[in-house]
Design a protein around this ligand. Structure first.
Ligand code: CDT
Length: 320
């Protein structure tokens, strides 16, 4: 039998890292920066651009704010809204789809760390709400800075959907989600070919500082890439991850935004901790090899032994 030829399915994706956003920076200023990245992406023939987590504001969970009215200034109550309308309009004009992370407050007053997927016609085709919220819920003044995502957001309530759009099967995740193999596997089981993700990762772990167990900065970057390369390989999917990077309000955020191929190899990587676009021609047909061989789930998974993963949260050690 002659070998089957895989027909290339190329999506040219831009990974749009942002440098720091100051607390005083307005939505309009952020949107101007996003539009500049989008225009650069258009010149490089991108049809899809990934922006960071919470791309419209500074990473506000670093501060304890007892007044919820102050907190709410960082949230969007509708999407799109007047502030982001120019981004939607420019993306539609350029026929570029995009992923955008932002803080969402629902009409019922619920708060989520969210991302939307907008197609090349400017329509919102998907929404994701961050499931794995890191950090803590109470003020911990001994830390050099707070990480209060557990205070300001509820865990996402819409699971890990995927969408058939822009030529492939696309999933979304946000920052800490990338550290959990379950994130990739749930979407991998839905045939995901392209995972889009934004992140804000402090270069130091506040808890580690307090507990005299500082984690060297190079390990923060190593783990950033390690988890995404593993997730991409083990699920034979592309992963596109855009950071917010640099010194933001005195807090250093790692860069290292990247595009990872289904082989687990990084094929594009930012060099700066500023606004920077990197691009890759992501051939979605390259997902087929892993999905039909080593990670042909239907052939090789042994779910009769995996029950614990979805029935037990923490560790239960065997008796002494
Ligand atoms: N934004 C976000 O999820 N950041 C976390 C920081 C973990 S350290 C408390 C991350 O996983 O990168």
């Amino acid at each position: 039998m002659p070998p089957k030829t895989l027909v290339p399915r190329i999506v040219t994706v831009g990974c749009a890292q942002m440098g720091p956003i100051a607390r005083a920076e307005t939505r309009a200023q952020c949107v101007e920066r996003l539009i500049a990245l989008l225009r650069e992406a258009a010149k490089k023939n991108c049809t899809l651009v990934v922006f960071p987590e919470l791309a419209l504001t500074t990473f506000f969970p670093r501060w304890f704010m007892p007044d919820w009215r102050e907190v709410d200034q960082f949230f969007e109550t509708e999407m799109p809204n007047a502030a982001v309308a120019p981004l939607f309009a420019e993306a539609k004009r350029l026929k570029i789809g995009f992923y955008l992370g932002y803080a969402e407050k629902t009409p019922e007053g619920r708060r989520f760390n969210a991302a939307i997927l907008v197609d090349r016609a400017g329509e919102i085709v998907g929404k994701y709400r961050k499931i794995h919220l890191p950090g803590h819920a109470e003020n911990e003044p001994e830390r050099p800075f707070q990480h209060l995502e557990k205070r300001y957001f509820e865990p996402g309530d819409i699971g890990f959907p995927v969408w058939r759009t822009m030529g492939g099967i696309v999933g979304m995740a946000i920052c800490n989600d990338r550290r959990w193999p379950e994130t990739y596997r749930v979407m991998g089981l839905k045939g995901m070919e392209l995972m889009l993700l934004g992140y804000n990762t402090p270069a130091i772990n506040g808890w580690a500082m307090v507990h005299s167990a500082p984690e060297p900065e190079h390990l923060r970057q190593f783990h950033n890439h390690l988890v995404m390369q593993a997730g991409a390989y083990q699920n034979s999917t592309w992963v596109v991850a855009a950071a917010k990077a640099g010194i933001e309000e005195g807090c250093s955020l790692i860069g290292g935004s990247c595009i990872v191929a289904p082989t687990g190899e990084i094929v594009a990587l930012t060099r700066s901790v500023a606004d920077e676009l990197v691009v890759a021609d992501c051939d979605l047909s390259l997902c087929t090899y892993g999905k039909e061989t080593t990670f042909a789930f239907a052939k090789h998974r042994r779910i009769e032994h995996y029950g614990l993963i979805a029935s037990q949260t923490g560790v239960i050690e065997p008796p002494q």
